[in-house]
Design a protein around this ligand. Structure first.
Ligand code: NCD
Length: 314
């Protein structure tokens, strides 16, 4: 029986290195199924509750497609307005009920810690699809898978994170996930006010891996093997005019990339919004649309492991 069977995936800190490697290996084995070249009914009879109480395109649809590609069925709720949360129901009550309707729950919710609260009352596995400014573990797993696929390895890589590192949950999860690998250098490039939360920065520094904090985008670009560009998370600012000040300040475009290593890989969790120029799309290292596709095999791998069915594929 697999170690992840029945587990909740709330934070990347729930994952040991061997779990991470198993997810990557299984995602690789699932590629023909992810592309629809091979069929499987592994999850026949299983129901996914895909609960999105915050905006999403990729995460919601790729979790849904991943489940369908494995032969399961998907129930989706989108937005607070169409759920009983709009009638004042607590998240806990909503989850208690849905726990009996489905075999597994994916939850995106605007509050920090919401996924952990859901997991506390659910008997079924809960996957955190983004808890406000907290974490987004499945995104960081697909980011890691993309680095491996694009560059052949994860180790000995300098990863430069660019943009709103304070609120960017994908950054929070990926920086911490990378500490499991040897020879990683983290470069954190942002306006000083949008740097990583202090507690996370301290945890990263305590692991002993080199962490370079800068507000100089050109410097970060020169160092990067992988550049992870992010959007200013406008919806997390108390005052939206405050967010507007930063949009357009840190822009990755072809002029900037003249300073980059020739084999740089450019990632972005998407959506982009004034932070990554479309003129980068033809750069050979522009991997963000391939990255978005990789959500399918990686989320399939998570489902297979949480149901303990990996021996069907490995
Ligand atoms: C990210 C998110 O929701 O945190 N999007 C995603 O899941 N691919 C990034 C973002 O919204 O900027």
């Amino acid at each position: 029986m697999g170690e992840l069977k029945g587990a909740d995936i709330i934070s990347v800190r729930d994952l040991k290195k061997k779990n991470i490697l198993q997810i990557l290996e299984l995602a690789d084995a699932l590629e023909p199924y992810a592309r629809g070249e091979k069929q499987t009914d592994t999850l026949n009879g299983k129901v996914l509750a895909n609960l999105f109480f915050e905006a999403s395109t990729r995460t919601r649809l790729s979790f849904g497609t991943a489940f369908l590609r494995l032969g399961g069925a998907v129930e989706t709720t989108v937005g607070v307005a169409f759920s009983s949360l709009a009638k004042g129901e607590t998240l806990e009550d909503t989850i208690r009920v849905i726990d009996d309707y489905a075999d597994i729950i994916v939850l995106r919710h605007p509050e920090l810690g919401s996924a952990a609260r859901a997991a506390n009352v659910a008997n079924k596995p809960v996957i955190n699809g983004g808890d406000g400014p907290g974490e987004h573990p499945s995104q960081s797993l697909l980011d890691l898978y993309t680095i491996k696929k694009e560059r052949g390895k994860i180790e000995e890589t300098t990863v430069a994170f660019v943009g709103d590192l304070k609120h960017g949950r994908t950054v929070h999860s990926l920086t911490e996930l990378l500490t499991n690998f040897e020879g990683i250098t983290l470069v954190l490039a942002s306006p000083p006010e949008l740097q990583l939360p202090k507690d996370l920065l301290h945890r990263l520094e305590k692991t002993g891996l080199p962490v370079i904090v800068t507000d100089n985008l050109e410097e970060a670009t020169k160092l990067a093997d992988v550049m992870y560009v992010t959007r200013i998370q406008e919806e997390r600012f108390e005052d939206p005019t405050e967010a507007a000040k930063y949009i357009g300040e840190f822009v990755v475009d072809m002029d900037l990339l003249e300073h980059a290593k020739p084999d740089i890989t450019i990632l972005h969790p998407l959506p982009r919004h004034g932070d990554l120029s479309e003129n980068v799309d033809n750069h050979p290292g522009a991997a963000y649309f391939r990255q978005a596709y990789n959500g399918i095999p990686v989320r399939m791998a998570l489902f297979v492991l949480l149901f303990g069915l990996e021996s069907n594929f490995l």
